[in-house]
Design a protein around this ligand. Structure first.
Ligand code: ZN
Ligand code: ZN
Length: 230
């Protein structure tokens, strides 16, 4: 299979065999988007048009607060609020739900510039990943050697696979994805059970395994697809 930037990126992420590979690529894409926004992009007119329109979700506002300088952040917030004021405010009737401004107000709450960039990145990544899975046997082997696939990304992959892969390969892909995810779920449950039973006085002083010690963090990470502990 011919190598290009996308296949190299997919190989790179899967080659790490560390955690859920889709979580890994999302983490990198998120860091890149936040760094980009916190840097010169904040002052780029085309990007400002987009950030004014989309704004940011609470999680990504938090990231920007931690990473951005005060002046560019204040400027970005100020013009985003201008747009909210112009497009969402000015309701003069009592039936807000029927006012076109209600729809725009709701949109402002749902959209995020960083999330939308991440969605685009992930679509491209998955497109490359499915192509490699269909055409490259060594990548299929690499896929099956992953540490695990988290619950939301197992759902995403199973949902997207039907359109991306042909029947024979699709069956193999779904079985492998399900195995990688279900095995991890069982491992995390064991860790949680061990942690719970360590509170029993009969087990006092018994050392905890690493799997049990961080089982709540691992479980939340698995269920949400958001890292809780490196
Ligand atoms: Zn994941
Ligand atoms: Zn966001």
């Amino acid at each position: 299979m011919k190598k290009n930037i996308l296949t190299i990126r997919v190989d790179d992420i899967f080659g790490q065999k560390c955690g859920c590979p889709i979580c890994q690529t999302e983490k990198i894409s998120e860091e890149n988007a936040c760094e980009y926004i916190a840097g010169s992009a904040m002052m780029t007119p085309e990007i400002r048009i987009e950030t004014n329109k989309l704004g940011f979700c609470a999680e990504h506002f938090d990231m920007l607060l931690k990473t951005s300088a005060r002046l560019p952040l204040a400027l970005i917030l100020s013009t985003h609020l201008d747009e909210i004021q112009n497009e969402a405010y000015g309701v003069r009737t009592s039936s807000f739900g029927k006012n076109p401004k209600a729809e725009r107000s709701a949109e402002f709450e749902k959209t995020c510039y960083v999330c939308s960039r991440m969605d685009g990145d992930l679509d491209r990544f998955l497109h490359g990943m499915f192509k490699m899975y269909a055409e490259d046997e060594s990548f299929r082997k690499l896929f099956s050697e992953q540490e695990y696939i988290c619950f939301p990304h197992r759902n995403l992959l199973l949902n997207k696979a039907g359109k991306a892969l042909k029947k024979d390969i699709l069956k193999q892909f779904c079985a492998e994805t399900e195995r990688l995810s279900a095995d991890k779920l069982i491992q995390i449950r064991k860790g949680l059970e061990e942690l719970c039973s360590s509170f029993d006085y009969r087990n006092a002083g018994k050392p905890l395994s690493e799997n049990a010690e961080f089982a709540p963090e691992r479980a939340i990470e698995f269920i949400t697809g958001r890292p809780k502990k490196d």
